[in-house]
Design a protein around this ligand. Structure first.
Ligand SMILES: [Zn+2]
Length: 408
């Protein structure tokens, strides 16, 4: 892939010269190569087998002008073209002669241009003819090269990967072109060339180049702290560590059980609450001394919300935050179809189905107590990753602050 803002045209010779040099060496002398499977060296020769390219590249590599009235290297002077009156474009017609003899389409008039096309396709040049035409060409390298219509492309004959398959593909493509002729005006048959011409900016190459440049800038900017990145796209999520709904806002009413679950989750994940959680666990354990640890935890989860509320309400010194957390969240929760938080964007699974990217998967590193069995009284405090797919995204609104909750 050769990058750059313009097509190289004949300046591609600069690149091809090195390749040709190698090919000549490989053809004439060959190189010694070690064959590991039989454990000895052999002399390897190589040749160009075939090339696959678009039409402009075909022109560049062969030296044949693929534009104008003789654009087809196979038909040459018999290229069937039409100069459009109003646009100045040249379009290419009469594809039906390439169909197999007696093909139905060749006799159809009304459906196409009012004429039948029963003549046969131009014959491919033999390799001797190609050689004959090409042997006296004076090659001028680079931009100064004159256009010479007698300069032939020789690879069209190298359809040898699987001749049958390639022929089938060609026939299929041909039938499609003939069908297009039934439905589109002649100006359509310029499109192929036109779109290639636009292709001169080589989108693939520029994409690759952009990545390379970006990577270089990123590397440098890591070494120059506090410098603004020029030329790097700003991440859409960079400014959203706090969390912010981005799309699909709605309000839904959830039932008490769901609210309690969400509330419990919130309480378990706020630093200020930890002393209360520990206190409540001890409380539960003390109330029923014989209860095993797992039961204690279950009871704790069941009763912490109410206990916490009573504790906070009766405590005049408790902070506003704690007071707000003690109140059961509103049954009406805000839901979102897009949420930015911790520098990531999240979507629920339903939204992901409409998108080419996947933003609904989450892992949670949960620090919790693990029991080996129901009667295990020595749970192990461990971190365990959980994986889930987001179904809904809620924001619990406590009046003064909002807590985002996802439901996997
Ligand atoms: Zn042709």
């Amino acid at each position: 892939m050769i990058t750059g803002p313009r097509q190289l045209r004949n300046d591609i010779d600069v690149y091809l010269a090195a390749l040709i040099e190698d090919l000549i060496k490989l053809w004439v002398e060959g190189v010694d190569v070690y064959d590991a499977s039989v454990q000895h060296s052999f002399r390897l020769h190589a040749m160009i087998f075939c090339t696959i390219n678009d039409f402009p590249a075909y022109g560049n590599l062969s030296g044949y002008s693929v534009k104008g009235h003789h654009a087809c290297p196979i038909c040459e002077k018999d290229t069937s073209y039409l100069q459009l009156k109003h646009g100045k474009n040249t379009v290419y017609t009469r594809h039906r002669r390439f169909l197999k003899p007696y093909h139905l389409y060749q006799r159809m008039k009304k459906a196409i241009n009012g004429k039948s096309e029963i003549e046969s396709a131009p014959k491919l040049l033999t390799r001797h003819k190609v050689f004959h035409r090409a042997k006296d060409i004076i090659t001028l390298y680079g931009k100064t090269q004159k256009k010479d219509g007698s300069d032939k492309n020789i690879w069209k004959k190298s359809k040898v990967i699987d001749p049958q398959q390639l022929d089938d593909l060609e026939n299929e493509a041909l039938i499609i072109i003939c069908q297009l002729e039934m439905y589109f005006p002649p100006s359509f048959f310029d499109i192929v060339l036109k779109s290639y011409t636009k292709n001169q900016y080589r989108p693939e190459a520029s994409i690759v180049e952009r990545y390379v440049v970006e990577e270089a800038i990123e590397f440098c900017s890591d070494y120059i702290e506090s410098s603004a990145h020029v030329g790097l796209p700003q991440s859409r999520h960079e400014c959203t560590p706090q969390g912010r709904g981005t799309r699909g806002f709605n309000v839904v009413t959830i039932d008490c059980k769901q609210v309690s679950q969400a509330h419990l989750y919130v309480l378990n994940n706020i630093l200020d609450i930890i002393p209360y959680i520990d206190a409540h666990k001890q409380n539960v354990a003390a109330t029923i001394p014989k209860m095993n640890m797992m039961k204690v935890f279950q009871e704790h989860n069941r009763s912490i919300i109410n206990w916490f509320r009573k504790t906070i309400i009766t405590n005049d010194t408790a902070s506003t935050t704690l007071n707000l957390l003690a109140v059961r969240p509103n049954l009406n929760v805000l839901t979102w179809k897009g949420y930015d938080i911790n520098n990531y964007s999240f979507y629920p699974e339903s939204q992901d189905h409409k998108s080419t990217v996947q933003n609904s998967g989450i892992t949670v590193d949960a620090h919790s107590d693990h029991f080996s069995s129901v009667v295990d009284n020595n749970p192990v405090r461990a971190s365990m990753p959980y994986f889930g797919v987001i179904q809904e995204m809620w924001e619990l609104d406590d009046g003064q602050f909002r807590v985002p909750v996802v439901t996997p």
